[in-house]
Design a protein around this ligand. Structure first.
Ligand SMILES: Nc1ncnc2c1ncn2[C@@H]1O[C@H](COP(=O)(O)OP(=O)(O)OP(=O)(O)O)[C@@H](O)[C@H]1O
Length: 346
C-alpha cells in the first residue's frame, strides 16, 4: 500500500530524514515510532503529498507520488498533528466543505459526510461549531476529515497527542475499528500506543530507520540477559572469577567499588544459555574467589528499555539491522544493540 525507497529530506543544512526505506502492506496498522524530532511528521507529510522530498521515491496504492500525485493522494486520508479546523464552522458544514475540496461528487457528498461522522463518532455534534468542541472531539473531526473521501489508507500524525486518558482509549479503539477494513500508518512517540493499536512498528531515530518488526520482534532486540550482584571484595578478582564461568559473555562494573570494597557487578550471559545454571556457577565462582555476595537480581528488560536503546544516539546505529555489517541476534535480521559504555572490564 505504501512503498518508500531511500527517502531523504533536508531542511537547509539539516538532514531531517536520512535515506529511509520501508513498506506498509494492505490491511496493516503500522506504528511509526520515534522520539521528538526524529523525523516522523516530516516523513508523513511527504507521504501525504504535502511536502516534497529531497531525494527518494514514494508510491501510494501503486501510484508514484511525483509522477501520479492526484491518484496517490486520492488513495489516502491524512490527519496532521494539529488539524487546521475552522472554529466558526459547524462540524457537518466543515466536512461538507472538505468533501468538496477532495472532489467527492456532489450527489455522494451528504452520505460521505454522514458516514465519516459516524465512523469517527461525531454524528451527535454535527451541528456544533468546531470551536465549541473539546480537544478530543476536534481530533475526531480531524479523523472524520481524513475519512470523508473513504480512502483505503489513513495516515495519522500523533492521533492521540494532547488527549486525556479516556479520550486516548476511545481514539485508539476507533483506530483499531477503522483498521478492520483500511490500512493505517500512525506516528507516535509513545511505545504503549503501538502496543495498544498496531500490528507492526517502524522505529525512526534522528531521521534514520533503526528497526522494524512486530512488537515481539522489537522486544527480542534486547540486550543479553544479565545478573546484577552487589558484592564485597576485590574488584579485579570478582570480575576475573565471574568472567571465567562458561556462559558468561561480559562482566561490567557499573560503579566504582567503595572504600569498604562493596560495589556491584553486572554479569551479562550468552543469549541461549540456561540463566539459572550460569547464575549458580557465577555465585560459586565468586564465593570461591572470596567475594561476599550481598544481593542478587536479574536485570529487567522492558520494551521501554529496548526502545530507549534503539533510539539512544548515533552509536546505536552501528549495530542495527539496516546497517551494512550489522550483527544478528536471536531473531533473524535483528540486531544486538551495543550497550552503554560503562566503567568495567570486558
Ligand atoms: N520546516 C522546517 N524547517 C526546518 N527544520 C524543520 C522543519 N520541520 C521540522 N524540522 C526539523 O526536522 C527534524 C524532524 O522534525 P519532525 O517534526 O519531522 O520530527 P517528529 O519526529 O515529528 O517530532 P515531534 O514528535 O516532536 O513532532 C527536527 O529536528 C525539526 O526541528
Amino acid at each position: 500500500m505504501i512503498e518508500v525507497e531511500h527517502l531523504s529530506k533536508r531542511y537547509g543544512t539539516h538532514l531531517a530524514v536520512d535515506d529511509i526505506s520501508f513498506k506498509v502492506d494492505r490491511g496493516e496498522i503500522v506504528g511509526f515510532l520515534g522520539p521528538n524530532g526524529a523525523g516522523k511528521s516530516t516523513t508523513l507529510r511527504i507521504l501525504a503529498g504535502f511536502l516534497g522530498a529531497t531525494s527518494g521515491r514514494v508510491s501510494v496504492a501503486g501510484h508514484d507520488l511525483v509522477d501520479d500525485p492526484l491518484k496517490a493522494r486520492a488513495a489516502l486520508g491524512y490527519m496532521p498533528e494539529t488539524s487546521p479546523l475552522y472554529p466558526e464552522m459547524r462540524v457537518s458544514e466543515y466536512l461538507t466543505f472538505r468533501a468538496e475540496l477532495k472532489l467527492v461528487p456532489r450527489a455522494a457528498r451528504r452520505s460521505a459526510v454522514e458516514r465519516a461522522m459516524r465512523d469517527a463518532g461525531v454524528e451527535h455534534v454535527a451541528s456544533t461549531p468546531i470551536g465549541h468542541l473539546s480537544k478530543g472531539y476536534r481530533q475526531r473531526v480531524g479523523l472524520a476529515d481524513a475519512l470523508v473521501s473513504d480512502p483505503p489508507l489513513l495516515i495519522l500524525d500523533e492521533p492521540t497527542a494532547g488527549l486525556d486518558p479516556n479520550q486516548i482509549r476511545e481514539v485508539r479503539a476507533l483506530i483499531r475499528r477503522l483498521g478492520d477494513d483500511r490500512t493505517v500508518l500512525l506516528s507516535t512517540h509513545i511505545l504503549s500506543e503501538v502496543e495498544a493499536t498496531c500490528s507492526r512498528a517502524i522505529v525512526i531515530s534522528r531521521g534514520r530507520l533503526v528497526a522494524e518488526g512486530t512488537i515481539d520482534e522489537i522486544r527480542a532486540m534486547r540486550r543479553p540477559p544479565a545478573v546484577c550482584l552487589a558484592v564485597r571484595g576485590d574488584t579485579e578478582r570478582a570480575v576475573a572469577a565471574a568472567r571465567a564461568v562458561t556462559g558468561v559473555r561480559t562482566v561490567l562494573t557499573p560503579s566504582a567499588f567503595s572504600d569498604d570494597a562493596t560495589g556491584s557487578v553486572e554479569v551479562e550471559l550468552d543469549q541461549e544459555v540456561d540463566a539459572g545454571e550460569v547464575t549458580e556457577a557465577v555465585v560459586r565462582a565468586l564465593v570461591g574467589a572470596d567475594i561476599g555476595i550481598r544481593s542478587i537480581s536479574h536485570r529487567a528488560e522492558s520494551l521501554e528499555q529496548v526502545f530507549s536503546e534503539l533510539t539512544r544516539g548515533e552509536s546505536t546505529h552501528a549495530a542495527l539491522p539496516h546497517e551494512p555489517g550489522a550483527s544478528t541476534g536471536s531473531v533473524p535480521g535483528t540486531p544486538t544493540p551495543p550497550r552503554k559504555s560503562k566503567k568495567g572490564k570486558r
